[in-house]
Design a protein around this ligand. Structure first.
Ligand code: UDX
Length: 433
């Protein structure tokens, strides 16, 4: 198959490289010439484990190309994926579809022969209809069909998620288009990943419903964690106790400082906007958004409470800044609210993150960024673990104690056993335990 990716950002690049790895002939297009030049030189614009190797090996094999020339990229393609950004529009929270529509407009002029246009970007219900209308209007003779094929990639595990998905969702009703999509995903289907075919609107909504449900699950266990602290129970026991029920499932039941990232916050808001437009309130998701927003600053107050209720003039060491491990992504990271809450209360913050410090510097002022975890602890009055990078899971507690001026450990990701930390002489504060 000849596949074109419009947009060489996170989703486009990972998907394009994986499709090439399956043996398809892939062209990744991006308007950003600097990004394309960097990719041609083997430099990745994002941090994603395994991606540089996947890209370079497929470029070397001649299956993966990069270009800024959309027309050249689209000509002769069997499937053209639209994988451009859909940020929250400033002001109203609606997904900003201008990049999607601009891509549709440009693709229209370059079509030759039957082509499947695939909406890969996370787009509100009805976007596929509009993409179809734009292309039809711009090029009335074009032979094409628009399908929706949402992605479910997690940052940090995107390649594995792409190659071994729980399911592939394809929305559309044109038989020729569905056949092309089956060919595109055939290598995965052989791995037993089910292909779920449905209407285009159904597929568009599935993506939002999946992310919203996961956000509900996380927020639910976070509130149960708060109750656990009050009643003297351990949320990890409760999560295991409920998660082993197959109807509930064990995943996404880790209590913590609240969800962040590029998807859950944006997609839950976009779903709420759609629900308003169609007058079908999503009250559960509405509550989840509010609870999660409040939680991030509440976690800052938790650190302050662990320090005796007053951090004026004190220093807090913060380990982990990104919204989760194995990414450099700071978007809506709980660490931002935690650190700002500490700073507002008069604390100084020394921080370390294995990959996120460059991004963090763009959003957090007044933080002393350190070269490693132990340097961040030097002279600090407490240590807070905000993101569960593996490198923080086996800290030398003796050394930590000698570096801190007070042995206080606030573990917002529950990665330490209480007894071990307390035996090492720390006051230990976790989430829901
Ligand atoms: C998510 C979805 O998982 C993915 O399918 C979709 O395509 C994009 O959005 P991602 O944002 O990369 O992926 O990260 P994910 O691993 O889902 O974590 C999101 C946030 O939830 C993180 O802040 C994480 O720390 C938090 N989380 C996750 C919890 O607090 N507890 C959990 O049990 C799971």
């Amino acid at each position: 198959m000849r596949i074109t990716m419009i947009g060489s950002g996170y989703v486009g690049l990972v998907s394009g490289a994986c499709f090439a790895d399956f043996g398809h002939d892939v062209v990744c297009v991006d308007k950003d010439a600097a990004k394309i030049d960097a990719l041609l030189a083997g430099k990745m614009p994002i941090y994603e484990p395994g991606l540089d190797h996947l890209v370079s090996s497929n470029v070397a094999a001649g299956r993966l190309r990069f270009t800024t020339d959309l027309t050249e990229g689209v000509r002769g393609a069997d499937a053209v994926f639209i994988a451009v950004g859909t940020p929250s529009r400033r002001g109203d929270g609606h997904a900003d579809l201008s990049y999607v529509y601009a891509a549709a407009q440009e693709i229209a002029g370059a079509l030759d022969g039957f082509t499947v246009i695939v909406d890969k970007s996370t787009v509100p219900v009805g976007t596929g209809d509009e993409v179809e209308r734009i292309i039809r209007e711009a090029n009335p003779d074009a032979d094409f069909a628009v399908v929706s094929n949402p992605e479910f990639l997690r940052e940090g595990a995107a390649i594995d998620d792409f190659k071994r998905p729980d399911r592939i969702v394809i929305g559309g009703d044109d038989p020729r288009a569905l056949e092309v999509m089956r060919q595109v995903y055939r290598p995965l289907h052989i791995n037993r990943s089910p292909i779920v075919e449905m209407s285009r609107r159904g597929a568009e909504l599935t993506k939002y419903a999946a992310n919203a449900f996961l956000a509900v699950k996380i927020t639910f266990i976070n509130e149960i964690a708060d109750l656990c602290e009050k009643v003297g129970a351990d949320v990890q026991d409760v999560a295991r106790g409920i998660g082993l029920d197959n109807r509930i499932g064990a995943k996404f039941l880790h209590a913590g400082p609240g969800y962040g990232g590029s998807c859950f916050p944006k997609d839950t808001l976009a779903l709420l906007k759609t629900s308003q437009d169609y007058d079908a309130p999503q009250r559960i998701v509405e509550a989840v958004v509010g609870v999660n927003d409040n939680r991030k600053r509440a976690m800052g107050r938790k650190v302050i409470a662990a320090c005796g209720g007053d951090v004026r003039g004190k220093t807090v060491a913060v380990l982990g800044l990104t919204f989760k491990p194995n990414t450099d992504d700071m978007r809506d990271s709980p660490a931002i609210a935690v650190i700002q809450t500490l700073q507002d209360a008069g604390a100084s913050v020394r921080a370390y993150d294995p990959e996120g410090m460059e991004q963090a510097k763009l959003v957090l002022d007044g933080v002393a960024y350190c070269a490693n975890a132990y340097e961040a602890m030097e002279g600090a009055d407490a240590l807070a673990i905000v993101t569960e990078w593996d490198a923080f899971r086996a800290l030398d507690l003796g050394r930590v104690k000698s570096l801190l001026s007070a042995p206080i450990l606030v573990d917002l990701r529950n990665i330490y056993p209480r007894d071990v930390v307390e035996k090492a002489g720390f006051a230990y504060h976790a989430v829901g335990r």
